[in-house]
Design a protein around this ligand. Structure first.
Ligand code: BDR
Ligand code: CA
Length: 311
C-alpha cells in the first residue's frame, strides 16, 4: 500500500523537483500539498505548487494555501537564490487548476484526525510555520503523525542564510522549535547531506534529454539556481535539497544517519535559527531526530532521473 504523505512547501525550484519526484512515485500517495511563505511570498508559493502539479499532469492534486508569515517574525524570502517568481528558469503556463478553499492548517488537522493514527507522514520542505500552527491549535494530532521527514538545519555545514543558520529553520525558528520539541518522530535532512547531492553537467543534461516537458523544465530550473551556489561555494554544481526528503522515503538505503538530539536556537544574537545538534552525544538530552549525514549521490540522481522519466 502506498505511504500517505502531505508535502508542506514553499516552491522554490528544489521544492518543485521534490513534488515531481513524489508525484512520479507509486509508493507514495500525496494526500495534499500545503503551501507556506518562504522562498517567495505565499501567493507565489501557492501558485508555483499548482504550476508544478500541472506540469506533472496531475491537476487533481489538492493544493492549499497556509500561513503567509512566520509565527512571530517578519518574513525573510530568498529571491536572490530562486528568482522573482521562485520558479525562474523554465517558462511554464499559469495554472488553471483551483487552489482549495480550506486553509492549509485546517487541512493538516482534519486529515490527521480523519486518517488512521500513524498512517500519515508529513514532508515539510519550507519553513515550519504551517506544521507548528497545526500542532499548537490541535495538539491531539501530534501522536497521530507517522513521521515528519523534513529538509532543514545543518550542523557541520552550519548555515546558508546566516553563518549559523539554514534558511528553512531561520525563517521561523519558533515554529521549528515547536516541531522539534513535539515528540513526533523526525527524520531531518540537513545541509550536511543535501550539500552532497550536487548537480553536475551530465546529471542536468540527463534531465534535459528526457522526453516530454518535465525533464527540460527541471534542467532549466537547475541551470538557474546553480549559478548562485557555484559562485557561493565554488562547487561544481548546486544541491538539490528538498528532493532528498522524498528520496529518503523511497530509498532509505541511499542514506546514513544517526539518532541524536537537536534543539533550535531562538534567541542567539549571532546564531538565531541554528540547529544545535548533539552529534557526538555530549549531553544526556534525549534523541529527537534521525539526523541524516550522508547520501549515495549517484544512486539519488539515478532514482530521480528514472522517476522523472515516468511523468
Ligand atoms: C532550503 O531553503 C530553500 O531555499 C530551499 O527550497 C530548501 O528548502 C535550503 O536551505
Ligand atoms: Ca524549500
Amino acid at each position: 500500500m502506498a505511504r500517505k504523505i502531505i508535502i508542506d512547501t514553499d516552491p522554490g525550484q528544489d521544492d518543485a523537483v521534490a513534488i515531481l519526484l513524489a508525484l512520479a512515485s507509486p509508493e507514495l500517495q500525496v494526500l495534499g500539498i500545503t503551501c507556506v511563505a518562504g522562498n517567495v511570498p505565499l501567493k507565489l508559493t501557492a501558485r508555483n505548487a499548482r504550476v508544478v502539479c500541472e506540469l506533472a499532469g496531475r491537476p487533481e492534486v489538492k493544493v492549499f494555501a497556509g500561513c503567509d508569515r512566520p509565527l512571530e517574525r517578519r518574513l525573510v524570502t530568498a529571491e536572490h537564490v530562486h528568482g522573482k517568481t521562485g520558479l525562474d528558469g523554465a517558462e511554464l503556463p499559469e495554472p488553471s487548476m483551483p487552489l482549495q478553499d480550506a486553509h492549509a492548517v485546517d487541512f493538516l488537522i482534519e486529515t490527521l484526525r480523519r486518517e488512521p493514527a500513524g498512517s500519515v507522514t508529513l514532508v515539510p520542505i519550507g519553513p515550519l510555520t504551517n506544521i507548528a500552527t497545526a500542532m499548537r491549535r490541535a495538539p491531539d494530532i501530534v501522536p497521530r503523525i507517522e513521521r515528519i521527514v523534513l529538509m532543514g538545519g545543518a550542523y557541520f555545514e552550519v548555515g546558508n542564510i546566516t553563518p549559523a543558520a539554514e534558511f528553512n529553520i531561520y525563517v521561523d525558528p519558533e515554529a521549528a522549535d515547536r516541531v522539534f520539541r513535539s515528540g513526533a518522530p523526525i527524520t531531518m535532512l540537513p545541509l550536511d547531506v543535501t550539500h552532497r547531492a550536487l548537480t553536475t553537467r551530465p546529471r542536468v543534461e540527463a534531465f534535459r534529454a528526457l522526453p516530454g516537458r518535465v525533464g527540460p523544465a527541471v534542467a532549466g530550473w537547475t541551470d538557474f539556481f546553480e549559478r548562485f551556489d557555484k559562485e557561493k561555494y565554488g562547487a561544481q554544481g548546486a544541491p538539490l535539497h528538498d528532493p532528498c526528503t522524498i528520496a529518503w522515503l523511497l530509498r532509505p538505503d541511499l542514506f546514513t544517519g544517526r539518532e541524536i538530539n537537536v534543539e533550535i536556537e531562538t534567541e542567539g544574537r549571532l546564531t538565531l535559527g541554528m540547529t544545535v545538534a548533539d552529534y557526538w552525544r555530549v549531553t544526556d538530552r534525549k534523541p529527537n531526530v534521525t539526523f541524516i549525514r550522508d547520501i549515495d549521490d549517484a544512486g539519488f540522481y539515478a532514482l530521480l532521473t528514472e522517476r522523472l522519466a515516468r511523468l
